[in-house]
Write a protein that binds this ligand. Structure first.
Ligand SMILES: Cc1cc2nc3c(=O)[nH]c(=O)nc-3n(C[C@H](O)[C@H](O)[C@H](O)COP(=O)(O)O)c2cc1C
Length: 207
């Protein structure tokens, strides 16, 4: 797909075709795209835990969902046949920046303007979503409930020092769409004139 079309037609999906699994090659290409993301110091401190076996997918939802019947959003997202836990690895960044060309040998996280390990994992996740969209499939990025991070790490053998930046739910679009599950999207996009500033904050960027 042409780049502008790819970017402008990408959207999050919250219901998937339960009868169409995702080819592992699609996921591999998505993760290859993810690894093309930029990263501070080229640290590449990300890991992707792919869940495609239905038992693993069920285990993820069993580990994270609240007691009681799932709401409409969860019923929709749970139709995704493939999940990817996008993890970041702060230690890899601290180690990379302790190398001679960077010289932050104290490995002090306070040196970092913001947690670039999470920024980079987010950029990688977006490239994965764009790859999936380019192939006509659908995806959602959402968070792992914070009080479930330890349980998810334990369920899937993820080392304690990895941060669970995002969950990607992947699949083929639901034949009947996902209308009614796109709560936030109905807010509409903020106009660029409101967000872009030229020269100083509040000065309009030409439209
Ligand atoms: C960090 C992040 C967290 C998000 N978490 C959720 C979520 O928990 N549930 C959900 O339905 N969508 C989630 N979204 C998707 C946003 O709601 C969506 O990107 C936004 O409404 C714009 O719609 P679009 O991506 O389809 O253009 C998340 C997106 C991001 C970037």
């Amino acid at each position: 797909m042409e780049h502008r079309t790819l970017v402008s037609t990408r959207r999050m999906h919250r219901r998937f075709d339960p009868d169409r699994p995702v080819d592992v090659a699609v996921v591999r290409r998505a993760l290859q795209a993810a690894t093309r993301a930029p990263s501070a110091g080229f640290a590449q401190g990300w890991d992707f835990v792919v869940l495609m076996d239905p038992a693993d997918v069920q285990r993820y939802w069993g580990t994270t969902r609240r007691p009681g019947p799932p709401d409409a959003w969860l019923r929709g997202v749970m139709t995704a046949p493939a999940l990817v836990l996008v993890c970041s690895d702060p230690q890899r960044y601290l180690a990379r920046y302790a190398e001679p060309d960077k010289g932050w040998v104290d490995r002090d996280p306070g040196r970092w303007p913001i947690p670039y390990w999470d920024v980079d994992a987010g950029m990688a996740a977006l490239l994965a979503l764009l790859s999936v969209h380019d192939e006509g499939l659908a995806g959602l990025l959402c968070g792992v409930p914070p009080d479930r991070h330890d349980a998810v790490r334990e369920a899937f053998g993820i080392p304690a020092d990895r941060r669970l930046v995002a969950l990607l739910a992947l699949g083929h679009p639901a034949p009947d769409g996902d209308r009614g599950l796109r709560g936030s999207a109905s807010r509409g996009r903020r106009p660029l004139t409101e967000m872009a500033h030229l020269g100083a904050f509040g000065r309009p960027f030409p439209s």
